[in-house]
Design a protein around this ligand. Sequence first.
Ligand code: MG
Length: 256
Amino acid sequence: MVTIKSKKEIDLMREACRITNLVYKEIEKVIKPGMSTLELDKFAEKIIKENGGLPAQKGYPSGVRGVPNFPATLCISINDEIIHGIPSAKKIICDGDVVSIDLVVYKDGFHGDAARTFLVGNVSDEAKKLVEVTKQAFFEGIKYAVKGNRIGDISHAIGEFVEKRGYNVVREFQGHGIGKQMHEDPGIPNYGKAGKGMRLEPGMTLAIEPMVMIGGKDIYQDEDGWTILTDDGSLSAHYENTILITEKEPEILTLV
Ligand code: MG
């Protein structure tokens, strides 16, 4: 179901989104080679709780028999891991790693969702370019996130921007509406036809999230039942913000 948020609800979302972005500002200061992904996870959880929020991904059901609920605050996906990587004390961040982090914060009934990809230490030029294109794809997409346009306009802009640079978007996962639920309608693919799909209305809040791979389109899921990787081992990156559709330009709630 698509939900149109009232002014009061939007203000509650602003706070969940503020905390989400705060966590990334703090991670940026501390992330370095030699840290385990579990250390980063604990660091993020502490900041969220100090701000009165809860980590919404922790305990998120897999929906698959035999696969446990997501155990952590952050999804941390390194290099060829695209999304849903599980933090672990055994997983050490190395010099040159491309570290994609996804976080959803819950506070006072509403969610804020954002993802960032961090370049740790001395990274390759191709990794830098990938991360820049992924971030830029989000900003290309939201140029179309205005009242009266359609979801397909955003999807098309993201997909075109990425593919023209010789990369691929992940097709099996997509952005989404967000609010009282972490995942609400509409789904927002990172590819598609302009002029198709639901019309955008003021008060909609959307998580738009290009997931981009240098190599081929194919992906697979790790035996852990969560982590999604590129099939050919190529690097991937992820960039996401929660935005608000308004009467004019969209507002990016997780960049404050
Ligand atoms: Mg997310």
